[in-house]
Design a protein around this ligand. Structure first.
Ligand SMILES: Cc1cc2nc3c(=O)[nH]c(=O)nc-3n(C[C@H](O)[C@H](O)[C@H](O)COP(=O)(O)OP(=O)(O)OC[C@H]3O[C@@H](n4cnc5c(N)ncnc54)[C@H](O)[C@@H]3O)c2cc1C
Length: 419
């Protein structure tokens, strides 16, 4: 394959796309205002989750909706003005909380996650870091048996897609994780899930592979993108890069939550909202540890072991990307996490805040922009971008090269939301 391609954004999605296109023979420039993997792809829990095939708007959402709307749950908060300003998204999101859409989306996400898991494995072994992938799975933990019982649809769906799981009682949980307090009545061990301590480092490792194979990594803020002849002209912020413009044949937009504003330049109003999430890293005594990430379903948080502590990540806060942080959800999650595991001091001077970019059907867009040949989109990866970067890249690479996609790419087409 030949031709110049610029990949905009060096999070997990952009970096994986850059590597894939480079391996297919394109001349690739990867551009980010930061070093690779320093935004959303830095702050996540690092779980490459075989089980993340369940959209948040599954049919069971209706029963929990009244409680969630109370705006006090640890797993979900919202800014009412943001929700009101995004009523179309909310209506579209709720409209899809039915069995038919659920079945379609779980099939699509299962295809994408299985493909991505294989590709993460391949890439990690090429880089010689396969031993750094934690293969001990992750645990869904339930303080109340009633919550476990309510998760039947989710567990049946795992079975349907052959996700390897094992139901645990409280003794079995303690055997697997002896340093967790015995407060969980039930657990589900998702066994075929991997995780990576310090997710930003995995992105950096993939980016280093790209540059060591001749790829160009440009640190600059992208100011503008416009059509130029048969290709595109990129304008970079002068204060961040000496070269002001780059001309390329094709462009991949992998700007995570920033894609929404960026694509308005082309008249695309992408119905993408920000499911914000916080994290704080904590130290712990050396003799205490977690062997794998754990998701306290009733507590509404994930605790994931990192190289020098544990990372507490929160659930969803629907709010404007840049509005002020509200640390009450993190405080509630911290209180719950302290019940479960002996956290010591916070290790960061202030909590991290990032945004999961989410479309109403909880599937990313992977494909060409409807009215612009050569403008490709890899956006909207909500809670699963760290898991699905390599599969996204594999689909996009095949579409750009006009080859058959490795999985059904139809569920990810841009045309379902923008024309
Ligand atoms: C709290 C939390 C926990 C999560 N846990 C998990 C998990 O365990 N597993 C999982 O699979 N997913 C998880 N996710 C989701 C995952 O982190 C995201 O889906 C994923 O990181 C999105 O990647 P991205 O490459 O699209 O975006 P990003 O990583 O945000 O990358 C976009 C890039 O674009 C760059 N950029 C933006 N604007 C410009 C500009 N004008 N010029 C130049 N560069 C620009 C940014 O600097 C950034 O590097 C979690 C998310 C959160 C918030």
């Amino acid at each position: 394959m030949s031709g110049k391609i610029a990949v905009l954004g060096a999070g997990i999605i952009g970096v994986c796309c850059a590597v894939e296109l480079q391996r297919r023979g394109y001349d690739v420039t990867l551009i980010d205002k930061n070093a690779p993997g320093e935004e959303t792809s830095y702050g996540n829990a690092g779980v490459i989750a075989r089980s993340s095939i369940i959209p948040f708007n599954h049919p069971g959402l209706w029963k929990s909706l009244p409680k969630l709307m109370g705006n006090k749950s640890t797993s979900f908060r919202y800014d009412p003005t943001f929700v009101a300003a995004n009523m179309n998204w909310t209506a579209g999101f709720l409209k899809r909380a039915n069995l038919k859409d659920f079945n379609y989306t779980t099939q699509a996400l299962d295809d994408l996650i299985q493909l991505s898991t294989r590709k993460h494995e391949e890439m990690a072994s090429i880089l010689g870091i396969a031993d750094k992938l934690n293969r001990k799975g992750w645990l869904h933990l339930y303080r109340q048996k009633a919550t476990f019982d309510k998760s039947k649809l989710i567990r049946n769906t795992f079975d349907k897609f052959n996700v390897a799981t094992k139901e645990l009682n409280s003794d079995q949980i303690s055997n697997l994780e002896p340093d967790l307090a015995p407060i969980f009545a039930k657990g589900l061990w998702i066994q075929d899930t991997m995780s990576f301590q310090n997710p930003g480092d995995l992105v950096k490792a993939y980016a280093a592979y790209f540059t060591s194979h001749g790829g160009i990594l440009t640190k600059a803020k992208i100011q503008n993108l416009e059509k130029s002849g048969d290709g595109y002209k990129l304008t970079l912020d002068k204060t961040t890069h000496s070269k002001n413009t780059i001309i390329v044949d094709q462009v991949v937009v992998a700007l995570g939550p920033w894609a929404k504003t960026f694509l308005k330049k082309f008249g695309y109003r992408v119905p993408l909202v920000f499911e914000r999430g916080y994290h704080m890293n904590f130290s712990h005594d050396k003799e205490r540890k977690l062997n794998r990430p754990v998701y306290d379903i009733d507590g509404g948080y994930v605790l994931a072991p990192m190289s020098n502590g544990v990372r507490l990540t929160t659930g969803v806060e629907l709010a404007q990307q840049n509005s002020s942080p509200n640390y009450s959800q993190l405080a509630a999650a911290e209180a719950g996490a302290r019940d479960a595991f002996p956290l010591n001091k916070p290790m960061d001077s202030e909590p991290w805040l990032g945004s999961r970019p989410t479309l109403p059907d909880c599937r990313p867009i992977i494909g060409q922009a409807p009215r612009h040949n050569g403008l490709w989109l890899a956006i909207g990866h909500q809670h699963i971008g760290f898991s699905t970067g390599p599969g996204t890249a594999s689909i996009l690479g095949s579409l750009i090269s006009e080859e058959a996609s490795p999985i059904n790419a139809e569920p990810f087409r841009a045309e379902r939301f923008i024309t």
